[in-house]
Design a binder for this molecule. Structure first.
Ligand SMILES: Cc1cc2nc3c(=O)[nH]c(=O)nc-3n(C[C@H](O)[C@H](O)[C@H](O)COP(=O)(O)OP(=O)(O)OC[C@H]3O[C@@H](n4cnc5c(N)ncnc54)[C@H](O)[C@@H]3O)c2cc1C
Length: 329
C-alpha cells in the first residue's frame, strides 16, 4: 500500500573528483520522472555534496528537479561513507521520500547499504528495471541466482530503496525545465567520528574503459575470434573504422580482453550508435547489455546464430575474411 506519510523520490547526485555529475544520475532522473508520474506527479528531488552549487544550478533546472538539497563543507571534499550517509539520511528524514534511487557505482554501492540499514529499510541492489506496480509500490527488477533469473522485488518498508547500474536507462533529451528550489543544508558532522582517512588517490587510467561509455561505434569480439591473433585483428578493424573494442564474457574469461570491456548481464550495458558483433552467438546474457544500441550489425558464419534475431543488419560469413577486407581497403 502506498504510504501516506512518505512522498516523492529522492536521488543521489554523485559528482566525481573533477566535479562532473555522474551520468547515471541523469539516467535516474528521467526514470524517476516516469515513476513520479505513475505515483501522481510527486516531487523528484536530489541531494548533492559540493563546494560550488552555482555551477550545477542550471543543469538541475533543465532536468526539471523539484528540490535540490546541497551541503557545502570542506570535510565533504573527499567521499566519506560516514559523512555522506549521515547527511543523506538527514535529508531523507526531513523529506520522508517514498523512494530513494542511487547509481550502482562503486560509491553508490558503498553508500546505499549504509543508508538503508540506518533507515531500517530494504534495498534492492544493481537493478536493471524499475516500475510502479498496481499497488503503487516500487517494483525493482534485478538478476538473481548468478544471473539465471530476473527477480522483481518489492520492499515492505519505507523509503523503498534501489541502486541502478549505470547505462541501463537512457537519457532523454526532453525539455523538462523547472524552477528548482535549492535548499542549503547544515552539515551537522561533529557527532560523526570518521574513522577512514584518505592517504593517497591513484587514478586507474584505462582509456578503453572510459571510451566504451561514450563510444559511438563498438566492435565486440566473441569466441569465434578464437585467440589473441583474432583479437589483434579485431583491434585493427576497430582502428580502421574508428570503433572501440568490447568482448563477450567467455572471451574475457579466456584472457582475450580485459574484464572492464565485457558487455552483458555481468558486464557493462552500452548504447552506441553502431554495435558490430563479430563472431558472437547472441546469448541472452550478452544481448541484455547491447540490445539498446541504435543499429546492430552481426557477423557470424552460422546463419542460425541467435544474434541475427536482434540484428538490424546480418552478415553471414567468415569474420576473419570480412575484417581483413575492411583493414586492407
Ligand atoms: C549467469 C551468467 C551470466 C553471463 N553473463 C554474460 C555477460 O555478461 N556477457 C556475455 O557476453 N556472456 C555472458 N554469459 C555467457 C553467455 O551465456 C554466452 O555463453 C556467451 O555470451 C557466449 O559468448 P560468445 O558469443 O563469445 O561465444 P559462443 O557462444 O561460443 O559463440 C561464438 C560464435 O562465433 C561464431 N563463429 C565461429 N567462428 C566464426 C567465424 N570464423 N566467422 C564468423 N563467426 C564465427 C559461431 O557461429 C558462434 O555463434 C553469462 C552466462 C551466465 C550463465
Amino acid at each position: 500500500m502506498p504510504n501516506e506519510n512518505n512522498s516523492g523520490i529522492l536521488l543521489y547526485a554523485q559528482t566525481n573528483r573533477e566535479g562532473y555529475i555522474h551520468t547515471v544520475f541523469f539516467e535516474l532522473v528521467d526514470k524517476a520522472k516516469d515513476l513520479a508520474q505513475k505515483l501522481g506527479a510527486v516531487d523528484v528531488n536530489a541531494v548533492i555534496f559540493t563546494s560550488d552549487i552555482e555551477k550545477y544550478k542550471e543543469a538541475f533546472q533543465n532536468m526539471g528537479l523539484d528540490k535540490v538539497f546541497y551541503f557545502e563543507d570542506e570535510r565533504l571534499k573527499e567521499y566519506s561513507t560516514l559523512y555522506y550517509s549521515k547527511l543523506f539520511i538527514d535529508v531523507a528524514k526531513l523529506t520522508a521520500p517514498e523512494i530513494i534511487l542511487i547509481g550502482a557505482t562503486n560509491q553508490g554501492r558503498d553508500l546505499a547499504p549504509r543508508i538503508s540499514s540506518e533507515l531500517h529499510t530494504g534495498l534492492t541492489a544493481d537493478c536493471i528495471e524499475l516500475d510502479i506496480n498496481e499497488k503503487g509500490l516500487l517494483a525493482a527488477t534485478r538478476p538473481t541466482f548468478g544471473g539465471q533469473l530476473m527477480a522483481t522485488i518489492l520492499c515492505k518498508t519505507y523509503p523503498q530503496m534501489a541502486t541502478v547500474r549505470p547505462g541501463v536507462f537512457r537519457v532523454r533529451s526532453v525539455d523538462n525545465k523547472k524552477d528548482t528550489e535549492f535548499i542549503k543544508m547544515e552539515s551537522d558532522l561533529d557527532s560523526v567520528d570518521d574513522k577512514v582517512k584518505l592517504l593517497e588517490f591513484k587514478k586507474l587510467i584505462n582509456a578503453e574503459i572510459n571510451d566504451l561509455d561514450s563510444a559511438e561505434i563498438i566492435v565486440c569480439g566473441g569466441m569465434g575470434l578464437k585467440n589473441k591473433q583474432g583479437f589483434d585483428l579485431l583491434k585493427q578493424f576497430a582502428d580502421k573504422i574508428g570503433a572501440t573494442v568490447a568482448a563477450t564474457r567467455p572471451a574475457v574469461e579466456s584472457g582475450l580482453a580485459p574484464r572492464a570491456v565485457q558487455i552483458g548481464q555481468t558486464g557493462k550495458t552500452v548504447h552506441p550508435k553502431i554495435y558490430i558483433a563479430c563472431a558472437v552467438s547472441g546469448a541472452i546474457q550478452h544481448v541484455v547489455g547491447m540490445e539498446g544500441s541504435d543499429h546492430i550489425i552481426a557477423i557470424n558464419n552460422d546463419p542460425n546464430a541467435p544474434i541475427f534475431d536482434i540484428a538490424d543488419t546480418g552478415i553471414v560469413g567468415d569474420v576473419f575474411d570480412i575484417m581483413k577486407k575492411y583493414i586492407e581497403n
